[in-house]
Design a protein around this ligand. Structure first.
Ligand code: ZN
Length: 246
């Protein structure tokens, strides 16, 4: 008596065999097994009883190959045979499609959420920068250094003692999506350190930017702003818009 795992693949092929849709090679393997296995023979007899009714209803003529192929693809037994097949059932395809759609929807929601979060973070930063600028203006130690440039105006609010600086620029032109403004702190040796990457808010006539540095601001002697590729550069590469000397 064959063990359970030994004849499981045969049981899976019995329904296809009963319908005459099992291929010749698998049929002969199954027939050999049926010689030795009473339980598979019973299984086949049961299938024949069921399918007998169906077969009586159609003319005793071999079904066209295309129909046999299609029928095979819909039989669960055809997909679980010993030989791996590349046929997918309608259910598998439908499930696969649903998974792809859900995945796409999830990615879209995630993208939207990240976009909202990004906008909110940007707004929060802008409000904080404006608050810092206001607080600095009210503080006696704050220097207000005017921007001397033909097309833009504004000031750098600088508190060297407490290492705080906010740049406020009016009428800064919008850039292409592939570009960004970048602020650089310059030390007396001429070495430049990135201090901010920013883009003008299209809804506001001015742009306020927090200037940040890992070193004390007192070690620097000027601040410059250049146009750089989106995302910023390690060192200035583009056109300089203005420079403010401390
Ligand atoms: Zn068996």
């Amino acid at each position: 008596m064959p063990s359970d795992s030994e004849h499981r693949p045969f049981i899976e092929n019995i329904s296809a065999y009963a319908l005459g849709t099992l291929d010749a090679e698998e049929s002969s393997v199954l027939e050999a097994h049926l010689q030795t296995c009473a339980s598979c023979r019973d299984e086949l007899a049961a299938y024949r009883q069921i399918s007998g009714g169906l077969l009586m209803a159609i003319p005793p003529k071999a079904p066209p190959e295309s129909l046999r192929q299609r029928l095979r693809q819909h039989l669960p037994s055809a997909q679980k045979s010993n030989h791996p097949r590349r046929t997918w059932s309608f259910n598998q395809l439908a499930l696969g499609f649903a998974v792809v759609v859900l995945l796409a929807l999830n990615l879209f929601s995630l993208f939207q959420m990240q976009s909202y979060q990004y906008q909110q973070a940007k707004l929060t930063r802008e409000i904080q920068t404006s608050q810092i600028a206001l607080a600095m203006l009210a503080y006696p130690g704050t220097q207000s250094l005017a921007i001397n440039a033909p097309s833009v105006s504004g000031a750098l609010l600088l508190d060297k003692d407490r290492s705080i600086a906010v740049l406020i620029v009016w009428n800064l032109p919008q850039l292409k999506n592939s570009q960004t403004y970048q602020a650089w702190l310059v030390n007396p040796q001429g070495e430049r350190t990135s201090a901010a990457i920013f883009d003008p808010d299209p809804d506001l006539p001015f742009t306020s930017v927090s200037i940040t540095s890992t070193s004390e601001l007192s070690v620097f002697s000027s601040l410059g702003v250049t146009v750089e590729p989106a995302g910023g550069s390690k060192q200035p590469t583009g056109q300089r818009i203005f420079r403010i000397d401390f």
